[in-house]
Design a protein around this ligand. Structure first.
Ligand code: ADP
Length: 158
């Protein structure tokens, strides 16, 4: 069985992330979206809020699960028996970054990284852009994030 992990901050989940999750779920038998708990990074949403939003957004994808990662992604992958790591690429900057990490993960743990290209309409979508716009009105965001995230952003900024 081919099991993949898609790790990230997902603060919050965007349509770009969701597209990668959907496409990965067609390639792999099982996909685990791993929400990172980065104690150094103060997020807009708490790790459990971010996890809940991802869970709601992927509820219709039967082979997608959601988990939390506190340490190294490769250790988590070893724990759950996943050999493939999925990441999304929006531009050349993403590529440079991902190539270095993929190399390290390959040496560290023999993990195979699969990089999926962002769809053109998602190339400029990022969690940080979404957070910036949300301060001025989350109702403008339904082109960039799933409906559950629009609602959560509205609550957060009301
Ligand atoms: P991280 O802090 O680990 O980069 P993010 O939540 O920002 O976490 O991103 C998680 C993954 O999703 C990364 O591989 C990133 O390149 C990818 N990603 C982010 N935004 C998009 C998008 N709009 N389209 C496709 N992939 C994306």
């Amino acid at each position: 069985m081919k099991k993949a992990v898609f790790p990230g901050s997902f603060d919050p989940l965007t349509n770009g992330h969701l597209d990668i999750i959907q496409r990965a779920s067609e390639i792999f038998d099982e996909v685990v979206v791993a929400v990172g708990i980065n104690t150094n990074k103060q997020g807009l949403f708490t790790p459990s809020e971010r996890l809940e939003l991802v869970e709601e957004a992927v509820a219709d994808l039967p082979n997608v699960q959601v988990g939390q990662v506190g340490g190294l992604t490769v250790d988590y992958m070893n724990e759950i028996g996943a050999k493939y790591l999925v990441r999304g690429l929006r531009n050349a900057k993403d590529f440079e970054y991902e190539r270095d990490i993929a190399e390290v993960n390959s040496v560290l743990a023999g993990v195979e990284t699969v990089l999926l290209l962002a769809k053109p309409e998602n190339q400029n979508v990022s969690s940080s852009m979404v957070k910036e716009i949300a301060k001025f009105g989350a109702d403008k965001l339904d082109a960039f994030v799933p409906a559950v995230v629009v609602t959560a952003l509205q609550k957060h900024f009301q």
